[in-house]
Design a protein around this ligand. Structure first.
Ligand code: NAI
Length: 332
C-alpha cells in the first residue's frame, strides 16, 4: 500500500460535499489502492452538521480512509495537503448583487490562497468549485506565490459533461460515444460550449458531431443556451443547485489530472492562460487540455472561426471584469 495522501474538501458540510465525499473516500478519484487522510473544513456554525457527515463516513466502513480531520481552523485544514477540493463558498442570498457575492467569496479565496502558501505542500493540486470559480481560483493562486500557478484550476467539467450529455441525447448514443466537447472561458452563462472539434461514434463509425447532428441552427443556438443555463434550470426544478452532478464532475476533473487523459482525448479545465488562442495571459480561462504525468498542456492548433472567436472574447471580457472587481475587493 502506498503512503496516504492528504485531501482537503472545503464546504464539507454542504450539499456538493455530501455527494463528493463518498466518491473520494472510496477511491474513485485517487485510485482504489491509495489510502487517504480526509480533511474536512467548514465554518464554525456548521461543525455540528459536519459531525454528522463524519459519522456517516465512518459508517460507510471504507478501507481507504485512514483518518478524518473535521475542522474550522484554516491552518489545520491546509497543513501538508496533496490535493485541495475548494467547494465551500457563501451562497447567494436574496437581494444580493452578483458583485457583493463576488466580493464576499473572493475574500474567502484570498485567505485560503495565503493558507495554501503557508501550509500546503508545494506540489498541491487545487481545484476551485465555489463561485465565481474561475476568479476565485485566480485570486487563490495570486495569494499563494510559492506554489506554481499551474497547480491551480477551476471546475468547468460539469459544463463539459452537460454538453456531452446533450449531444449524446440528441443523437441517441451512449454518453461515452461523444468525445472532445470543449468549454471555453468562464463557468458562467457567458461560457462557450463548442462541439466543432467533437466526434461521435455511431454504428461503429467515428464522425464529427456537426455532421452527425445535421442541424447547425440547433448547435449554434438551443444547444449552447441549454448548456449555458443548465445550472439555473436545475435550481428552478430542484429548488437547490446542482450537487450530485457537480460532485461527479469534481471527481472527473481531479481523477484525470491525477492519472491523465486517454490518447487523442481532451478535457476542459479552467487554468491560467499562457496566451494560447489569444486569451490574455494568466486569466483563469477554461481550455481543452491533455494530461500526462500529472501535468496538463493546453491543446494547440484548433481552428477557431469568427463565430467562435467572438464567443471566446465575450467570456474573456467577463473574466477580465471579474478579475478587476476581485482585485478591488481584496484591497478593502
Ligand atoms: P452549500 O451552501 O450547500 O455548501 C457550501 C458550504 O460551504 C457550506 O457548508 C458553508 O458553510 C461552507 N462555507 C462557507 N464559507 C466557507 C469557508 N470560508 N470555509 C469553508 N467552508 C465554507 O453549497 P453547495 O451546493 O455545496 O455549492 C458550493 C459552491 O459550489 C457554491 O459556490 C456553488 O455556486 C458552487 N458550484 C460550482 C459549480 C461549478 O461547476 N464550478 C457547480 C455547482 C455549484
Amino acid at each position: 500500500m502506498p503512503e496516504p495522501i492528504k485531501v482537503l474538501v472545503t464546504g464539507a458540510a454542504g450539499q456538493i460535499a455530501y455527494s463528493l465525499l463518498y466518491s473520494v473516500a472510496k477511491g474513485d478519484v485517487f485510485g482504489k489502492d491509495q489510502p487517504i487522510i480526509l480533511v474536512l473544513l467548514d465554518i464554525t456554525p456548521m461543525m455540528e452538521v459536519l459531525k454528522g457527515v463524519v459519522m456517516e463516513l465512518q459508517d460507510c466502513a471504507l478501507p481507504l480512509v485512514q483518518e478524518m480531520i473535521p475542522t474550522d481552523k484554516i491552518e489545520e485544514a491546509f497543513k501538508d495537503i496533496d490535493a485541495a477540493l475548494l467547494v465551500g463558498a457563501m451562497p447567494r442570498r436574496d437581494g444580493m448583487e452578483r458583485k457583493d457575492l463576488l466580493a464576499a467569496n473572493v475574500k474567502i479565496f484570498q485567505e485560503q490562497g495565503k493558507a495554501l502558501d503557508h501550509y500546503a505542500k508545494k506540489t498541491v493540486k487545487v481545484v476551485v468549485v465555489g463561485n465565481p470559480a474561475n476568479t476565485n481560483a485566480f485570486i487563490c493562486s495570486k495569494f499563494a506565490p510559492s506554489i506554481p500557478k499551474e497547480n491551480f484550476s477551476a471546475l468547468t467539467r460539469l459544463d463539459q459533461n452537460r454538453a456531452q450529455a446533450q449531444i449524446a441525447g440528441r443523437l441517441n448514443v451512449p454518453n461515452n460515444a461523444v468525445k472532445n466537447c470543449i468549454i471555453w472561458g468562464n463557468h458562467s452563462s457567458t461560457q462557450f460550449p463548442d462541439v466543432s472539434h467533437a466526434t461521435v461514434t455511431k454504428n461503429g463509425v467515428v464522425q464529427p458531431v456537426a455532421e452527425a447532428v445535421k442541424d447547425d441552427h440547433w448547435l449554434n443556438n438551443e444547444f449552447i443556451k441549454t448548456v449555458q443555463n443548465r445550472g439555473a434550470a436545475v435550481i428552478k426544478a430542484r429548488k437547490l443547485s446542482s450537487a450530485m452532478s457537480a460532485a461527479k464532475a469534481i471527481c472527473d476533473h481531479m481523477r484525470d489530472w491525477w492519472f491523465g487523459t486517454h490518447e487523442g482525448e481532451w478535457v476542459s479545465m479552467a487554468v491560467p492562460s499562457d496566451g494560447s488562442y489569444e486569451i490574455e495571459q494568466d486569466l483563469m480561462y477554461s481550455f481543452p487540455v491533455n494530461i500526462k504525468n500529472g501535468k496538463y498542456t493546453i491543446v494547440q492548433g484548433l481552428k477557431i472561426d469568427d463565430n467562435a472567436r467572438e464567443k471566446m472574447n465575450v467570456t474573456m471580457k467577463e473574466l477580465k471584469e471579474e478579475r478587476e472587481m476581485a482585485l478591488a475587493a481584496c484591497q478593502e
